[in-house]
Design a protein around this ligand. Structure first.
Ligand code: ATP
Length: 219
């Protein structure tokens, strides 16, 4: 008999309306342990909205969000979800708010209760892993778009989340940097949900693809 594996994250018949406009309609969606799911679809299809629903940044108009086996409804339900699921925002400026890159990357580990020494060590190690050690003391808002993208990713990875939700991770990266990032992500064991319009990136990483169209999963 095949063992039943529970999804880590799930939307059950989820609808989402924005200013009276239906964005998602009775959507069923699951991410299982170990998967790297490509979430694809046209501009405005609702991919970013879906990521935000999974971590409670948006609330469904109808339906249920289930994370790690529990229905999540109110703000408090999402605290531990956000500690276990790392979201890379589509816009790095939504992720970076500290004076320096090191402070930005240490912020998440500190927020998770790690000591200042540990948070700094984790931040430096993560920056090192992404080839960003020299950026540690740089003023974040003066970084280039591609550099900000990588530092934003470092802020997520430094928390060592169980699941990574990556919204357009290769946007703004040159080809060589995008290739290095792709190769690095391929070494990670975390479950991933990848929103991207970058075909080669998804072809190398994704274990399956889900297309959103008309507010639901296109078959
Ligand atoms: N806070 C918001 N402000 C404005 N529009 C919103 C907001 N939230 C959702 N929407 C609308 O919801 C729809 C889905 O947007 P979403 O960003 O989820 O699409 P997407 O598939 O991620 O698009 P893209 O590929 O362009 O990033 C769009 O029509 C968008 O205008």
């Amino acid at each position: 008999m095949t063992p039943m594996i529970a999804p880590l994250l799930e939307l059950q018949r989820v609808s989402f309306d924005y200013h009276g406009q239906r964005v998602l309609h009775e959507l069923d969606f699951q991410v299982y342990p170990g998967e790297r799911v490509a979430l694809i679809g046209a501009n405005g299809a609702g991919k970013t909205t879906l990521l935000h629903l999974l971590v409670g940044l948006k609330r469904p108009s109808a339906g249920q969000i289930i994370a790690f086996g529990r229905v999540r409804m109110c703000e408090a339900d999402f605290y531990d979800v956000r500690a276990r699921v790392g979201l890379l925002f589509q816009d790095a400026d939504d992720q970076l708010f500290c004076p320096t890159a090191l402070e930005d990357v240490a912020f998440g580990p500190l927020n998770l209760g790690r000591s200042p020494q540990q948070a700094r060590a984790d931040a430096l190690a993560t920056l090192e892993t992404l080839g960003l050690r020299e950026f540690a003391e740089r003023v974040t808002y003066r970084l280039s778009a591609g550099e900000k993208r990588l530092v934003a990713l470092a802020t997520v990875l430094a928390m060592r989340p169980e699941v990574l939700l990556l919204d357009e991770p290769t946007t703004g990266l040159d080809d060589a940097t995008a290739a290095r990032l792709t190769a690095y992500l391929a070494t990670l064991e975390q479950t991933m949900l990848l929103v991207s319009h970058d075909g080669p990136f998804l072809a190398q990483l994704a274990t399956r693809a889900v297309r959103l169209a008309g507010g639901t999963v296109a078959h």
